[in-house]
Design a protein around this ligand. Structure first.
Ligand code: PMV
Length: 309
């Protein structure tokens, strides 16, 4: 008997970094997934299409999640974990969170633990903390729940519901970076400029609430304007860079309503919203410059798991 779980990647629409310091963020699950298969074994092992066996530090958190779940609930930690992902790693698209959520869901399914979404998120956070230090928890919250979520540390996440689908454009810079390093940089900016940081965090928290209403009401033009305002705040923190600024400029020049860095920045991906008729040429324009660019439709479902003989 083996258990399989699939969890979606994610994109932060607004509020990254400030969410670590108590602001609201708006995030969406993406139609790119991590699939985890767990089966009993004589020892703990991880086989992944992303990381070479036994050689990546990313493997460590998987064992942390499994060991914690075996200790806290029940089940043997000696399992074979197989990971297949179509979420690029280090791209700000939730590869680690989706992996941790899928590991938690598959382990829960294998051992008939029947854990709730909140419990799965808590288990996934054990792995996320080993990788990122002190993350806000927005990534596993949205990968587990799916859809579009308004998230603030300490509050119950709010699902943002709407009729139909909305489309986003994502473009990967190809530059990998460490979320932990980026979070550390922002913490130092906060220490250095506490007053400025507090105002920015308050403003971006309000902006996320407004952005959720615009997404719900399909005011994509208004949402785009807010994305570009959010980008200015991220630039002022120093988490954008020349490549990302150039990608945002290009997205705007090609006719997007608005664009910004998504996730920790310093590399990773940018996100844009655009008029329907322009999406194709925008995707081609960024792809022609060598940036892996794609259009996604949201909402998509959250983690799901099943047993297989
Ligand atoms: O996982 P990333 O690289 O998309 O970044 C997560 C978003 C941050 O706000 C930078 C960190 C966090 O824990 O919320």
């Amino acid at each position: 008997m083996r258990a399989i779980a699939e969890a979606p990647g994610k994109a932060i629409i607004t509020g990254e970094h400030f969410v670590v310091h108590g602001a609201w963020a708006l995030a969406a699950a993406l139609p790119r997934k991590v699939r985890v298969t767990i089966e009993p074994s004589s020892k703990f092992e991880v086989i992944s299409d992303l990381f070479r066996r036994g050689e990546s530090p990313e493997l460590l958190p998987v064992s942390n999640v499994v060991e914690e779940m075996a200790r806290e609930f029940s089940g043997k930690p000696t399992v074979r974990v197989m990971i297949n992902s179509d979420v690029p790693g280090g791209a700000g698209l939730g590869s680690s969170a989706a992996t941790m959520v899928a590991v938690a869901a598959a382990f829960s399914k294998l051992n008939s633990l029947g854990l709730t979404v909140n419990e799965l998120v808590e288990c996934a956070m054990v792995g996320e903390q080993s990788i990122h230090g002190k993350p806000s928890g927005v990534d596993p919250a949205v990968c587990a729940r799916g859809g579009v979520v308004l998230f603030r540390t300490g509050s119950t996440p709010k699902k943002v519901s709407f009729e139909g689908m909305r489309s986003l454009i994502l473009s990967y810079s190809g530059l990998k970076r460490s979320t932990r390093g980026q979070i550390g940089h922002v913490a130092r900016m906060k220490d250095r400029y506490p007053g400025m940081f507090e105002s920015l965090a308050g403003g971006i928290g309000d902006l996320s609430l407004r952005a959720s209403e615009m997404l719900r009401d399909e005011d994509m033009k208004g949402l785009g304007t807010l994305l570009t305002v959010n980008q200015a705040a991220l630039m002022s923190l120093g988490v954008s860079n020349d490549t990302l600024d150039g990608m945002v400029d290009l997205l705007l020049t090609l006719g997007s309503y608005g664009a910004k860095v998504t996730g920790a920045g310093g590399g990773g991906s940018v996100l844009a919203v655009a008029p329907e008729g322009k999406e194709k040429s925008i995707v081609s324009g960024l792809s022609a410059r060598g940036f892996e660019t794609f259009r996604v439709e949201i909402p998509v479902e959250g983690v799901r798991s099943w047993l297989e003989r």
